[in-house]
Design a protein around this ligand. Structure first.
Ligand code: PLP
Length: 408
């Protein structure tokens, strides 16, 4: 008899964004005339940078001729892209990362979800609360947790991110094997400083832990003294894997291109305590289960690093950050406490009420969609997340409507 992986039964029945989509559908059916403004899901709304589009077109033309056609590419990505990334994203910032330590993929979602697969089933896991749900759910699927009790899974060390600690998690009181960190953070928008990140690197080195560092929103960092990569911190090569994505940087959410950095010194241990290279294990896993990102997409991603590409990407990020600035000002005027919107496209707002009730109120009274904080963890109970991914006009209108209902 065929049987299921029963760990899947421990998952919450409905994924956060499907719940939101259902509520929007119901509202739209009941109010067909209402023009909803979505500041919920963090999906890019601006077109791809023209430099990427031109490179994409050129690469498609190459695929149309026998002489320049390309079939399967290297599973880890084409050297032209890996070399640009290593030079521009890392070496230029003093982070010692080589091109062959970069694995090109079709998304940071898959990579952050899949990476745990090469680690033991019985390791301890520390996760921020609130958190991007993929880290938690993939550990549930892998059987590293017990069941869900009062909104939390057994056997997970939840690192609470609250106004009291500035939404930067405190170090766990005892050793933990696997640690997820995400900066700039989704959903809180918080950003970590180099001294704070150094404490995490030291902790991981002392405890032989691994940090999975998600820097998908790195392009939004507006203060150059802040770390764009964990590898700007000394010692991080031994204990950290970093995830990056072109999704939010250059509007690749629908085009799909991302990468994972696994330095050669980064080790994990077998049950006898022998060290093994995570680079080699991930290489093995990636080559077995993944067949590379399409050639035109990698050419389009490469164009992000061209002089025009850089300017165009900056203009897109500036555009979203102008939206974020507007949301911040309005929320400040309404006297809410908030975090984010400075180094991230997300603003995390303390509603001092139930987050799903606040969501319903914004949807039903203002026709504005936010993301209820509870969907990211129990610490999000009173919070909502507003996203800056929309047109300026829509953001302005949404904030006017929110102003009206909160002030009325
Ligand atoms: N990591 C974080 C923190 C995210 O918020 C997201 C998307 O929202 C991703 C990763 C997924 O990125 P990608 O589009 O590359 O799969």
């Amino acid at each position: 008899m065929i049987r299921i992986n029963e760990n899947f039964l421990k998952l919450q029945t409905s994924y956060l964004f499907s719940n939101i989509a259902n509520k929007i559908n119901e509202y739209q059916k009941a109010n067909p005339e209402s023009a909803i403004i979505k500041l919920g899901i963090g999906d890019a709304t601006r077109a791809l940078p023209p430099a990427c589009v031109a490179a994409f077109h050129r690469a498609v033309d190459e695929m149309a001729e026998d002489d320049t056609f390309r079939g399967y590419g290297p599973e880890q990505g084409y050297p032209f892209l890996r070399e640009k990334i290593a030079a521009e994203d890392f070496q230029a910032r003093g982070a010692d990362i080589a091109a062959d330590e970069i694995f090109i993929s079709d998304g940071a979602k898959c990579d952050t979800g899949n990476f745990q697969e090469i680690l033991a089933g019985n390791i301890s896991v520390a996760l921020p609360d609130p958190v991007y749900p993929v880290y938690l759910d993939t550990n549930v699927m892998a059987g590293r947790t017990g069941s869900m009790k009062n909104g939390r899974y057994e056997n997970i060390h939840y690192m609470e991110c609250t106004p009291e600690n500035g939404f930067i998690p405190d170090l766990p009181p005892e050793s933990v094997d696997l640690i997820y960190l995400c900066f700039p953070n989704n959903p809180t928008g918080a950003m970590i400083s180099k001294p704070e990140l150094s404490r995490w690197v030291d902790f991981a080195r002392e405890n032989k832990s691994l940090i999975l560092y998600d820097a998908a929103y790195e392009a939004f960092i507006s203060d150059d003294t802040l770390p764009h990569s964990i590898y700007e911190i000394e010692g991080a090569r031994e204990i950290a894997v970093e995830f990056r994505s072109f999704s939010k940087t250059a509007g690749f959410t629908g085009t799909r291109c991302a990468f994972t950095v696994v330095p050669k010194e980064c080790m994990a241990y077998d049950s006898a305590g022998n060290a093994h290279s995570l680079h080699m294990l991930w290489h093995r896993r990636h080559s077995t289960k993944f067949n590379g990102v399409s050639y035109p997409v990698q050419r389009a991603a490469e164009a992000v690093y061209s002089p025009e590409g850089k300017q165009q990407v900056k203009a897109i990020i500036d555009f979203y950050m102008k939206n974020a600035g507007h949301i911040r000002r309005e929320i400040h005027d309404l006297d809410y406490e908030y975090m984010g919107g400075t180094h991230s496209p997300y603003i995390w707002i303390n509603t001092k009420s139930d987050s799903w009730e606040f969501f319903d109120m914004l949807l039903n009274k203002a026709g504005v969609v936010c993301t209820p904080g509870l969907g990211f963890g129990t610490c999000g109970q009173q919070f909502i997340r507003l996203s800056a991914f929309n047109s300026y006009e829509n953001v302005e209108t949404a904030m006017k409507r929110i102003h009206q209902i909160v002030r009325s």
